[in-house]
Unconditional design. Structure first.
Lengths: 282, 252
């Protein structure tokens, strides 16, 4: 027979464990609900035409979201093309210069940029590009998304490179390899998994952004491949359709939401694969 | 009289306000193993890092004095050129983790953008691995990652990588301090074989190791070169009291 005090401890121990498991389960519930809800509402409209056709005017049956899908891809492409080189270089600078005025100023700016509300980023891109170029455009929307991706990529690059042992850099320099080549050919490849993870997560993060696109990419009912013209995107389309008074458009918005969430989910899963596959063991 | 490969003249090194080396003068003989001994923090590692200018990675490091490699002033030459002539192996084996064994050996060429034909590369890889006594163990696994090897094999891979550049001097910074006794004796045998190809400077705080492998020995204490001479006489009849005290285990 066990002492009562020990039995009390065992009970306490067990209930604590059960409590942790229950609360962990609670944290995945919202995700499951969202997935279930959007799938049940949206999957009924998904078919080949939905993915490949343009939207139709109110009243006409059918119509698709092909311009929004292409638009989202173009916007992400522009954002990535602009934020990845800048982000990686800034990340290298920060990991190579841990002290110094410019480094701490950069770090502060990156943290601040991360906290800037997305609508404000949209306004900045509006003033910089839309006003100066005289038109809403995919370019301005892409830049707004790129600005939002930047802090994520910089931080991911800096943190990844900081973890790479200094002995690797020494090994390269001791072979007479120049500093730039050491960074590009030894340090970056050793950190490729972490940097790629940062880039993919930043894309997943902005793929669903609406606010920065409201007065930059603006939205468009047409298929547009000109980056200097307004362009549609999935979140913009969802916003416009969901706030419209037409039930048909509400259904399309559910379908677009489903596509968007599949895109984001797919990106996150792909990120996990990349992180694992490209991992360099020191 | 031995011919000299590396001549160090009144060499001092500082980290900020702190003087780590005090007017060290030393002539490193060619194709011999020179051991640099001394207690931790005496400046022996700093001394060899100054020989291939690796100390320049530390921002507040500065030096005075001269080091000549075959009459050429190292500090008047580009560090990139210096480091191709003076190879270095570090305390902890540090093969490039994202590269295969083959690519690790040829890394000095690939990373420097020196183009070689496949045959030339194959030849350099095999020769370097043979010199590092690793060829027989890895010849079937050249395209596996270097980090799969054991610690001792990794260290020999690092030696092969340094040898591939055809250096005239090889700096070994406590190359066995992270290895077990068996791997250590393997590396020691290797070092002795290597002196026909390259002049070796071996930093160690293991006196027994210095006695086993070195031809010449230097004792550094508190940044000063206390004694330098043929190992036989340094170990059996040290001239300086501090050397004797260190060798007999009174400090260190």
């Amino acid at each position: 027979m066990k002492e009562p005090s020990i039995r009390r401890r065992i009970i306490y121990d067990k209930s604590f464990k059960i409590g942790i498991i229950l609360l962990t389960f609670c944290s995945i519930l919202p995700m499951l609900f969202i997935l279930f809800f959007i799938t049940s509402k949206g999957i009924s409209v998904i078919n080949w035409r939905f993915l490949t056709q343009l939207p139709r005017p109110v009243g006409e049956i059918g119509g698709g979201i092909s311009n929004a899908i292409i638009g989202t891809l173009i916007l992400i492409g522009i954002g990535t093309a602009f934020s990845v080189p800048v982000g990686i270089l800034a990340g290298i600078f920060l990991s190579e210069n841990r002290k110094g005025k410019l480094a701490s100023l950069t770090r502060l700016s990156v943290e601040t940029l991360q906290g800037v509300p997305s609508i404000v980023i949209g306004i900045i891109a509006y003033i910089w590009l839309v006003v100066s170029m005289g038109s809403f455009s995919a370019l301005s929307g892409g830049v707004a998304l790129g600005l939002m991706m930047l802090p994520v990529i910089i931080t991911a690059t800096e943190q990844t490179l900081k973890l790479i042992p200094g002995s690797l850099k020494e090994a390269s320099l001791a072979l007479g390899v120049s500093y730039p080549r050491t960074i590009l050919k030894v340090i970056l490849p050793a950190g490729v998994s972490g940097i790629a993870t940062g880039i993919l997560l930043s894309i997943a993060r902005v793929a669903g952004e609406t606010a920065p696109l409201l007065f930059t990419a603006f939205g468009s009912p047409f298929m547009n491949r000109n980056v200097l013209k307004p362009i549609n995107s999935l979140p913009l389309m969802i916003f416009n359709y969901a706030t419209s008074p037409y039930p048909d458009w509400h259904t399309l918005a559910w379908g677009a939401s489903f596509i968007l969430i599949i895109l984001v989910l797919g990106l996150n899963l792909f990120t996990k694969v990349v992180t694992k596959r490209w991992k360099v063991q020191f | 009289m031995e011919s000299t490969v590396l001549k160090i003249e009144k060499f001092s090194a500082f980290f900020g306000e702190n003087q780590v080396l005090k007017e060290v003068s030393l002539s490193i003989p060619q194709n011999r193993i020179t051991a640099i001994m001394g207690p931790s923090g005496c400046g022996k590692t700093t001394l060899i890092r100054c020989i291939n200018r690796m100390h320049e990675l530390i921002s507040d490091a500065r030096v005075s004095g001269k080091i000549f490699l075959d009459q050429e002033d190292i500090y008047a030459t580009d560090p990139i050129i210096v480091r191709r002539q003076i190879g270095m192996v570090f305390q902890k084996p540090n093969p490039f983790p994202m590269m295969s064994i083959y690519d690790n050996v040829i890394a000095g060429y690939n990373l420097n953008g020196i183009r070689l034909s496949k045959d030339e590369k194959d030849k350099i890889v095999e020769e370097s691995l043979r010199k590092a006594a690793l060829w027989e163990e890895v010849k079937g696994a050249l395209y596996r990652r270097g980090t799969f090897l054991s610690g001792g094999q990794q260290q020999r891979l690092c030696i092969a990588r340094a040898l591939a550049m055809g250096p005239s001097v090889l700096l070994l910074d406590e190359p066995t301090s992270a290895l077990d006794p068996k791997a250590t004796s393997h590396i020691e045998e290797l070092i002795v074989q290597l002196k026909d190809t390259v002049s070796i400077i071996l930093v160690t705080h293991n006196m027994a190791q210095a006695a086993r492998v070195s031809d010449f020995a230097a004792f550094v204490y508190l940044g000063e070169l206390v004694e330098f001479g043929p190992s036989g006489s340094v170990f059996t009849a040290p001239r300086d009291k501090r050397t004797e005290a260190y060798l007999t285990g009174k400090f260190g």
